[in-house]
Design a protein around this ligand. Structure first.
Ligand code: PGA
Length: 257
């Protein structure tokens, strides 16, 4: 395993939080705190309504901006939806796809995650594709089956070249917003399994180059141990990304990880 070939990525997932003035204030506070960070990619994935504000606030800085979803069609009669092209045209770089909250509350399936991933790639966005098992799936000892299925379906028909533009976020559903973090060993075990699954599908060199994040109650206190693991290349951070000091601590942990 060679962590040196991969850049750690710490991405905040703001979810449905922050008005525009609040978004600007948070990013303005964060900017100087992370200005000297070079070896870790810092990303803020924000609600659609905050994208323009966030792009303006972070212009010329080392903070990249992402959206939290996109639709899979290019345009048309899809009321309330946002296309990948619309995001790319704004200067958005990343997009979170297949988050468990989208799967749970908005009926997203691996099939639509796959379509969205391909649409995002076609528009030049970098997808952060989320996978993870439910608590009862872990208890039934089928975590690896669930994860392998999600990886195979979510990346169906995605070329090796395109896969290299993707980030995979391992987010055990039972750990999201619950305060229950997977132990560093649990996170490492599944992230290593994801890499092994990618190696079978795409070859070892491609698998070694993919950034695999952990997400689920990652915070200023537990980040260092999680990102020290060989196959954990950063994190997708919900709650703790809403506080500049906590998010910065996580980013600095990844610099040292
Ligand atoms: P959390 O959320 O850090 O608040 O658990 C993580 C996520 O949903 O990406």
């Amino acid at each position: 395993m060679n962590k040196a070939v991969r850049k750690a990525v710490i991405a905040g997932n703001w979810k449905m939080n922050k008005t525009r003035p609040e978004a600007k204030a948070l990013l303005e506070e964060l900017k100087p705190m992370v200005a000297d960070v070079k070896d870790v990619e810092v990303v803020a994935c924000v609600p659609f309504t905050n994208l323009e504000t966030a792009l303006a606030a972070t212009a010329g800085s080392n903070i990249k901006i992402g959206a939290e979803n996109c639709h899979f069609e290019k345009s048309g009669a899809f009321t309330g939806e946002i296309s990948a092209d619309m995001l790319a045209e704004m200067g958005v770089e990343y997009v979170v796809l297949g988050h468990s909250e989208r799967r749970q509350y908005f009926n997203e399936t691996d099939e639509t995650v796959n379509k969205r991933t391909k649409a995002a790639l076609a528009a030049g966005l970098k997808p952060i594709v989320c996978v993870g098992e439910l608590l009862w799936e872990r208890e039934c000892n089928i975590t690896e089956e669930v994860i392998a299925r999600q990886i195979k379906l979510d990346f169906y028909d995605v070329s090796a070249e395109d896969l290299k533009k993707c980030i995979i976020a391992y987010e055990p559903v039972w750990a999201i917003g619950t305060g229950k973090t997977a132990t560093a060993d649990q996170a490492e075990e599944v992230c290593a399994f994801i890499r092994a699954t990618l190696a079978k599908l795409y070859g070892a060199d491609v698998a070694e180059a993919i950034t695999i994040q952990y997400g689920g109650s990652m915070n200023a206190g537990n980040a260092a141990e999680l990102v020290s693991k060989t196959n954990v290349d950063g994190g997708l951070i919900g709650g703790a990304s809403l506080k500049a000091a906590d998010f910065t601590t996580i980013i600095k942990a990844a610099v040292n990880g």
